[in-house]
Design a protein around this ligand. Structure first.
Ligand SMILES: [Fe+2]
Ligand SMILES: [Fe+2]
Length: 434
């Protein structure tokens, strides 16, 4: 029987990443516990637990029944370390320090395995299937260990069906796969940056609004809205840095810059939905493996300008037939062409942004306007924009409550899962529902 190690931390992501780090180095059964009470239950009557690794924090209470099991503490709040003799690592994600602290306590080291690739010996690292899916969306080259020291490759780098690979091997009762050592460290770095981003997100979660400083002034957007579309801190920062660069170009045209500044003066439906559509597009594009700065910039241009010439009330018209007056119909049609025109003189804009603006009220089944185009007549980027815009509008109507979102997205399938909308729709569905 393998040795066991008990880890206590109230955060799931910490527990998982520590598990990734330890499992690649030691043959050990890891027991994760989110509270000291739960840990005490595990400790009762077990002989296999060889060490306890725990996060120092204010809620720390005493562990009972440890029966002299060695303790290792981690965290920054040293004041909570009751017994100053307890070994301690400041950062549990610093592999080397963690390995040296655990080394004397855990006897079975993981074998250092390698395969021959292109004539050179390549070291491999073991990763648990569950944690692999937690910290990576895209696959690395993945290897399955057969008997002896033989491996077969079961996944290819850049394959976005990592979830499928994981599910497949889980169903075959496989618990671990192997990565090339260099990929393992890439994976680890990625996991660490996700945790860092989660940390700042949870610090900000206590605030209701978040401030976006994209202009000479700051704009406030509600955290609830951002959470409803599942925006990650990474993606938020990625979009903001593209916005910053784009603003530099916009500033060259004083009239347009003034106009966009005015536009962002008051938070209202038009401004909120414009920003949220940009964020959701960026998440969908990322999922599609199509997230680059040039594309995001075109999405930002389209987001900023597509409804700049319309009133709040008319901006939400989905079907021109809803309008009785010709004057209103004309206003609605004009907001599209005027927005496309104003952008003509802007540096950095290209045909994609132009198309997204012209197409933003089209729908996959041809019931949209101005041209009643159908799913195969619309370019993929327009499809992403139309789809994100549609979902954001739905969330608006629901006051950003997501309890009916699953049903809504599933009901969309009959109309949206077709033509150039298929991939954007599938990616949006997995983004918002999985
Ligand atoms: Fe709009
Ligand atoms: Fe519009």
């Amino acid at each position: 029987m393998n040795d066991s190690l008990l880890i206590i931390d109230e955060r799931n992501d910490y527990l998982s990443l520590i598990e990734v780090i330890i499992e690649s180095e030691f043959q050990v059964n890891i027991i994760k516990s989110k509270s000291y009470d739960e840990a005490n239950k595990y400790l009762y009557g077990r002989k296999d637990i060889k060490a306890i690794l725990f996060n120092l924090n204010a809620t720390c209470t005493t562990l009972e029944n440890t029966n002299h099991i060695p303790l290792i503490a981690y965290g920054k709040d040293l004041a909570f370390l009751k017994d100053k003799e307890t070994p301690y690592v400041e950062n549990p994600f610093d592999e080397e320090n963690l390995y040296s602290a655990l080394g004397p306590l855990l006897t079975n080291k993981e074998d250092h395995l390698q395969i021959e690739l292109d004539g050179t010996d390549t070291p491999l690292k073991k990763v648990n299937l569950i944690t692999l899916g937690l910290f990576s969306e895209f696959s690395y080259d993945l290897y399955l260990k057969l008997s002896g020291d033989k491996f077969i490759q079961v996944g290819k780098e850049g394959n976005d069906d990592l979830k499928e690979i994981i599910e497949h091997y889980k169903s075959k009762k496989i618990t671990h796969l192997y990565l090339k050592e260099s990929d393992y460290y890439k994976y680890l770095d990625h996991a660490k940056s996700i945790i860092k981003a989660n940390q700042s997100l949870s610090r900000e979660n206590s605030k209701k609004f978040t401030t976006i400083e994209i202009f000479d002034f700051a704009f406030q957007i509600s955290r609830d809205q951002l959470q409803a579309i599942g925006l990650t801190k990474f993606q938020e920062e990625f979009v903001h840095s593209a916005m910053e660069e784009l603003i530099v170009d916009l500033k060259e045209n004083k009239t347009i810059y003034q106009r966009i500044k005015e536009f962002f003066k008051e938070p209202n439906y038009i401004v909120d939905h414009s920003l949220l559509t940009i964020y959701l597009c960026s998440m969908i594009l990322k999922k599609m493996g199509w997230s680059n700065e040039q594309t995001i910039k075109q999405v930002i241009y389209a987001g900023f300008f597509h409804d700049i010439f319309i009133t709040e009330e008319l901006a939400r018209i989905r079907n021109l037939e809803e309008l009785n007056l010709d004057r209103e119909k004309r206003l609605v049609l004009n907001h599209i062409s005027s927005a496309a025109e104003i952008l003509e003189g802007i540096k950095g804009i290209n045909n994609d942004a132009h198309k997204m603006i012209i197409d933003h009220h089209e729908l996959p089944d041809g019931t949209g306007y101005p041209h009643g185009l159908t799913a195969n007549q619309l370019p993929p980027l327009s499809c992403v924009f139309i789809l994100a815009h549609y979902i954001v509008d739905y969330l608006y109507d629901e006051n950003f409550e997501t309890k009916n979102l699953t049903t809504f997205i599933q009901q969309m399938q009959s109309v949206w899962d077709q033509g150039n909308f298929t991939r954007p729709y599938k990616c949006a569905r997995s983004l918002l529902l999985d």
